[in-house]
Write a protein of this length. Structure first.
Length: 199
């Protein structure tokens, strides 16, 4: 049975995660400051370091929440869709929508880096499976010859292609697709990939 001290520590962690998430959503990862987080959470600066090893570990928790929300959004996007090509198209549009509507939190998933020599914990690496997990089933229908690691690798490549287009567009790179045209261009990309996969 948890004691009061553990309950208080857990409550502090949740307040810090909430505060960091809110700040990243508004100002992006580069705008996150430990003092601002602890002020918003209503605790002293030192309390952050009793709850988390460092600010990077707090960011991992925020990214964990974002991955969970992204996974739920992708599931919702295909809830009423049938057929592997339609599922792939819906997943891509669900990804575009989530990235656009949660841009700074979504970007934090891909821009946050732990200090050199420190690996992300296994639990967090495992959570990233949500990025390709739902691609695997429709892809296996389109390419029944692919199994195991080959199937997972191809699903990762499909994800990377869509993600690259979305990232370039939303970060306003010179070669990026104009944001207004992003859904249509992603749809065209996925359609082309599906035709290629079926051949």
């Amino acid at each position: 049975m948890r004691n009061n001290r553990e309950a208080q520590r857990d409550a502090l962690k949740q307040r810090l995660i909430d505060a960091a998430e809110a700040q990243i959503a508004v100002g992006g990862l580069s705008g996150l400051k430990a003092r601002d987080v602890t002020a918003a959470a209503g605790c002293a600066l030192g309390a952050l370091y009793t709850a988390f090893e460092d600010l990077d570990r707090l960011i991992l928790q925020v990214n964990s929440r974002t991955l969970a929300r992204l996974g739920a959004a992708l599931q919702d996007s295909v809830a009423a869709v049938q057929g592997p090509r339609a599922v792939m198209a819906a997943l891509a549009q669900g990804y575009v929508s989530f990235a656009q509507n949660n841009f700074r939190l979504w970007a934090a998933l891909f821009t946050h880096r732990l200090p050199e020599g420190i690996d992300a914990p296994e639990w967090h690496r495992a959570e990233h499976a949500v990025l390709i997990a739902q691609i695997i089933a429709p892809l296996s229908q389109l390419r029944p010859d692919l199994t195991g690691e080959a199937l997972r690798q191809r699903a990762g490549t499909v994800f990377a292609a869509v993600h690259g287009v979305v990232m370039l567009a939303l970060t306003a790179r010179f070669v990026g697709t104009p944001v207004a045209q992003l859904p249509g261009e992603v749809a065209a990309l996925v359609e082309a990939m599906m035709r290629g996969l079926e051949q």
